[in-house]
Design a protein. Structure first.
Lengths: 145, 320
């Protein structure tokens, strides 16, 4: 499992570097959408609206790790505006903090992936991973609609 | 003697008199006691024993800590202030409201706290700027305000006064706020609507009073007051970044959201699409996540009942 994730991520990073300048804004939006989409199943499980499913939870965590690896490279200086981006100027003012936020997200997802074995450990560990979404958006995303 | 000179002199005298009268009128109209005389003194009768649990709930519903906690540190109960709030009128700096006897509110009486929250006036009789949302807090019941005050007193005292607001003329003239208040502050606490459910009434109280949701989720006129009839329909972020969403039942607002969706957002910060809300709403979620499911449900019940209002026009896009 882990090997697949690393391999996927490695390929993703390589691919990202090649097409980085083409349309990074669209790419980062797609990645963020994939993160939101990956949260649907575990979200419903946390609310008690869906039965716990370990495979789905692990799949979501893999999506998070993948996204956290890809995202930091998608904010070159020439992508501050355009494409209806909701990226906040603070990203470029504090690139180190922005990258650190993704490293934390990835680390939290990796840790949860190792620790979640059943419903109890899921409920104990998953919310901490989700906290990353709000704390990062607080500083680095501007709502425009 | 030139024939015209007398009339010029008369005119000058008349002008000086008029200016004096105007100044006196301004002084009178803008005096904090005038507001109180016209609106009536607030009801400051409270029971002797404050309910700290209720005070804590309303402290979080009121979002006090979002502006008054010291920025850049994690303890949300250290209310030393200092956060800068940008606005079209200049930058406001949230004051120290920790119970420090000299630098905070440690020396205040409960009556002076209630007046501050209801009338926007300091214990020494100066107007507060409505960046402090007393336009909403005035809806709260005296007993509830006393409970919040009692809870604030249990928090750690923090030393140090905060710098003055950074406002250009004429906004730096506090007395001018007296006129603003006469125009935009009515001093009426919320009365329950007996035709509606207890849950709806609780939600309305939390949303319109302590929650002060409308303060950001509404467009403002040039006066800084919320545009009539556009309450809750969203608008430009008062801090100048982006756009605050419409939360009425308009199709651009929350028409497609269920009551549970709204309650869930207030609990976890996630929309039904699992987008995590950011910007100034992220600290709001830190507060609403501290409330009970029942209170969040009540807020959702009330918000779900807000009639549809179209969003205000978008600001023109900047050239890129």
């Amino acid at each position: 499992m882990l090997r697949i994730i690393i391999a996927t991520a490695a390929i993703a990073i390589g691919a990202t570097a090649v097409v980085a300048q083409s349309d990074v804004i669209a790419q980062r939006k797609d990645i963020m959408k994939s993160v939101g989409g990956a949260t649907k199943d575990p979200g419903a499980m946390l609310k008690g609206e869906a039965a716990f499913d370990l495979a789905k939870v692990q799949k979501s965590l893999a999506t998070y790790q993948d996204a956290a690896k890809k995202m930091p490279a998608l904010f070159p200086d020439n992508s501050k505006t355009g494409g209806e981006t909701t990226a906040a100027p603070k990203i470029w003012e504090d690139m180190a903090g922005f990258k650190a936020a993704f490293q934390k997200f990835e680390a939290d997802a990796t840790k949860a992936s190792a620790e979640i074995k059943d419903e109890a450990s899921f409920k104990a560990n998953f919310p901490a991973v989700l906290k990353n979404c709000g704390s990062c958006h607080e500083s680095y995303r501007v709502k425009k609609s | 003697m030139v024939p015209g000179s007398l009339s010029v002199k008369k005119l000058l005298v008349a002008l000086v008199l008029l200016a004096a009268l105007g100044a006196a009128g301004f002084w009178l109209l803008t005096a904090p006691f005038t507001y109180e005389a016209l609106r009536g003194a607030p009801d400051v009768t409270v029971a002797t024993a404050p309910n700290l649990e209720n005070g804590k709930t309303l402290f979080y519903a009121g979002g006090c800590t979002s502006c008054h906690a010291i920025p850049g540190q994690d303890d949300r109960t250290r209310l030393g202030g200092g956060l800068g709030l940008q606005s079209p009128f200049g930058t406001f700096y949230a004051p120290n409201i920790s119970p420090h006897p000299r630098d905070g509110i440690g020396g205040w009486t409960v009556a002076s706290f209630i007046r501050a929250m209801r009338e926007g006036v300091s214990p020494d009789g100066r107007h507060y700027y409505p960046a402090f949302p007393y336009t909403s807090y005035q809806r709260m019941a005296a007993q509830d305000l006393a409970d919040v005050f009692a809870f604030l007193k249990t928090l750690p005292p923090v030393e140090g006064k905060v710098r003055d607001h950074d406002l250009p003329f004429p906004f730096n003239v506090r007395r001018g706020l007296g006129l603003w208040k006469l125009a935009f502050l009515d001093g009426k606490p919320i009365q329950p609507d007996p035709a509606k459910s207890a849950e709806w009434n609780r939600g309305r109280y939390l949303v319109e009073g302590p929650g002060h949701c409308a303060e950001c989720h509404s467009p403002r006129a040039f006066t800084g007051a919320i545009v009539d009839g556009k309450r809750f329909s969203g608008g430009p972020d008062p801090e100048g970044k982006g756009f605050v969403p419409n939360i009425t039942q308009d199709k651009a607002g929350l028409a497609s959201w269920s009551k549970n969706d709204i309650a869930e957002l207030l609990k976890t910060g996630f929309t039904p699409e699992y987008d995590a809300v950011g910007g100034s709403m992220a600290p709001v979620i830190k507060n609403t996540s501290q409330l009970s499911d029942a209170d969040r449900g009540a807020m959702a019940e009330y918000i779900k009942s807000l009639p549809a209002v179209a969003s205000p026009p978008r600001p023109p896009k900047k050239a890129e």
